[in-house]
Ligand binder design. Sequence first.
Ligand code: ADP
Length: 520
Amino acid sequence: MHLTFLQAPTLIQKRIWLFSFIFWITLSSLFTVWRINDEIMEFNTDLSEKALSLHRLVSQRADQHDAHLTGLSALASTNQKPLFGMMTSLSSTIQKFYPRITSIDLVTRSPNNPLEIFSTRQSSLDNLTIQQINKAALAATGPLRIIPKDGYYLLVKRSPNTDAARYGLSLTIDANALLQNDLDFGANSAISLLTPKGASILRIGDASSDGFFPQELKFRQVLGSQSQPLVLEIRKIVTPAGLFPWASSLTFTLFLGFVLFAVNTYWKQLRHAKLAEKRALLRENEARIAQASRINSLGEMASGIAHELTQPLTAILSQSQAGERIAKLKPEETEKIVSVLNAISQQATRAGNILERLRKWSTKSTKGLEQVDLNKVAQDINDLMMADLKEKGIRLKLSLSSTAPIILADAVQIEQVVFNLARNGVEAMERIQNGCLEIDTRMNDGWTVITISDNGTGIPADIRPNLYDPFFTTKTNGMGLGLSLCEGIVERFGGILKVENGKDCGVVSKVSFKLDQSNG
Ligand code: ADP
């Protein structure tokens, strides 16, 4: 039956609420972060899928340029002179079906003086471009050469494709048309075409990194075309704010909050039910528990009682020895012998009284309702505890009402109430100096009151709500039954028990009975 709650249940309850709140916030945040992360992953997968299909499309388109250049080169260099008529007709067909090829040009390959000899352009080629095509044709060893420009690039082939090449054949490719697609990469995304060395040819769209905690999703891959190892890059910036999963986060947070609230409420109700059960059990077994508690307290009083008994027993011994001496030496002095015997009988009665008090204290109460004088109760408790208090260095002060404060109750049980309250006071003063226990009886405004005050540690605010709970104790060896027992007894006799902190220090326990219930 020894249960020790080192912490008050309300404190535990408060901590459980606090813990639940922290758990709720943490789990909800984790859920939101997980959902945002999930969204980002989804975006990433979506971007990768779309980017891969664009990559495939652009690579295929680039591959087609090789075939066009091969056909055109054959027409330019099979004979001594290019077949201009056929080149014009093939070029117009190519440009009709592949409008991204904005011009086809043929330049003589010459270290000093390259010339444009064929072009599908409206106007002639500018000198710089002629020089660039010639330079690329001169440098070409077989593979095609790329001349990057802003928004387009020239793809140059030496023609014929041998060291004895005579021409530089060039396709001008509009990068915008090359990248054209109907895939939707969403807002804040950019598609770029770069040279193998990373120089930009074209960028479509803008992926700005503004906003809170921007996350960059990126696809970067070289085109599958061997002749044009250009780099396709797709960037998308997402921000958690834009991805915040309002619906799922809110649902989860509310649901979790509801579950935690329900669990806590259920736990609280369970605790109350258990407490009610314990209270009922205590009431049922009150008489037995009360007696057990009285016998238990005898142990605590033992050393004081032993000390108290020593005095009459020592007196009896010395009186007996004196009597024996008188009887031996002066047997005629019967008067002296009689007075010694009287003294012995007085001391024996005193010892008997002490033992009777103990016997009464440890017997079960059977009397039921009787007139109880609270002054006598206070006096009895004073006698019972005096020796123990002396040993502990605690003063006991009695202030008794001049009119007998009589109530209708069971004397033994009322004594038990006062004893329990007094003992709590004593235990609270064990570690302080100048401990003082005060028992006061008075009749006041129609009430008969007995008050037990101490100047001990007082009751901490956080344990107040649990003070009367059965088995609630802050003491390592406490049973936690004292106050709940007192409350039950006092209420059964129509009284009120109030245990409160004193004005300056300690505790004031007040047991009050209305006069019409008492017999005053
Ligand atoms: P127990 O004495 O076995 O602990 P009680 O029901 O008598 O059981 O008391 C419950 C708790 O109330 C005690 O553990 C103590 O914390 C507090 N208490 C009761 N009376 C006093 C008092 N006079 N001074 C300080 N604390 C007290």
